[in-house]
Design a protein around this ligand. Structure first.
Ligand code: CTP
Length: 280
């Protein structure tokens, strides 16, 4: 952007419950519509009143959203609907130019559009919703896992039952190189950078993951995260894990502001040679 030109500030709100790469991708697109992205995280009370109780608390959802590399500012306890009063405070106090939401309908319990006022004011813009993932879908996967584990417990020979649920667990997500590029940082480490390596499953990316990645990054100049394969995770945590498969887990980790690079399918054993090879 040219110097002296007013920076465009955009606002996107949401519940961001069990934050996933669909949310991250929405915020990535929102950021591209302006220079600074302000995110309103809807309060627990407002979610209960409009959708039913969230799984994560305000504090956890806030930590997850703040950890995303495209987010510049957060507004905690945002309302579910853009009311006249809240819209005024967005324009006047927060200096927001545009209010953004996904292209899926967002209706209030009375059937009206939550963004009607913003649209009327000519300050509304839309981004594409990411197909194949939602908080409801993730909760569904967890419930399926619990149901399956229970059923297998009560069966002496569980093999047939197992294959049914494995089919049902297949995610709708299609991993493409384009998506990985969109989420990546283009930069490798500087020649003298201290590279920090951390590995794990990073399944169901949560506030604890954000915190540990932040601390790991503070130990050096460049943070490389190794994500274990689905096979390794399942060997160590049991056959129902991970809930999110390798590519989904990789995108969640890549979306975190403290992460510089990921290994998509890292070995269990760490070697220095491995890290050198990556940046050769
Ligand atoms: N969003 C998206 N793609 C998804 C899920 C959400 O683009 N797969 C967008 C929504 O359109 C919205 C923002 O992310 O602009 C926040 O969504 P949220 O309020 O958390 O609710 P939902 O749309 O219901 O998302 P989910 O079904 O995952 O709870």
């Amino acid at each position: 952007k040219k110097r002296g030109k007013k920076r465009v500030r955009v606002y996107m709100d949401g519940c961001f419950d069990l934050m996933h790469y669909g949310h991250a991708n929405a915020l990535r697109q929102a950021k591209a519509l302006g220079d600074e992205l302000v995110v309103g995280v809807v309060s627990d009370e407002e979610i209960v009143a409009n959708k039913g109780p969230p799984v994560l608390t305000m504090e956890e959802r806030l930590a997850l959203v703040s950890g995303l590399k495209w987010v510049d500012e957060v507004i905690p306890n945002a309302p579910y609907a853009i009311t006249e009063q809240f819209m005024k405070s967005l324009f006047n106090e927060h200096k927001i130019d545009y209010i953004i939401h996904g292209d899926d309908p967002c209706l209030l319990p009375d059937g009206t559009d939550a963004y009607a006022l913003a649209k009327k004011a000519g300050r509304y813009k839309q981004i594409k919703r990411t197909e194949g993932v939602s908080s409801t879908d993730i909760v569904g996967r967890i419930l399926l896992l619990l149901k399956d584990a229970k059923r297998n417990d009560s069966l002496l020979n569980g093999e047939h039952q197992e294959s049914i649920s494995e089919d049902a667990r297949v995610s709708q997500f299609l991993p493409t190189s384009r998506r990985i590029v969109q989420f990546s940082n283009a930069k490798g480490p500087d020649p003298n950078a201290r590279i920090v390596y951390i590995d794990g499953a990073f399944d169901l990316f949560h506030a604890g993951h954000v915190e540990i990645l932040k601390r790991a990054r503070q130990l050096g100049d460049f943070l490389l995260v190794g994500l274990h394969t689905d096979y390794i995770v399942s060997e160590h945590r049991g056959k129902h894990h991970p809930i999110m498969h390798l590519h989904e887990r990789s995108l969640s980790v890549l979306a975190c502001r403290y992460v510089d690079e990921v290994i998509i399918g890292a070995p269990w054993e760490v070697s220095k040679d491995m890290v050198c090879k990556i940046f050769s």
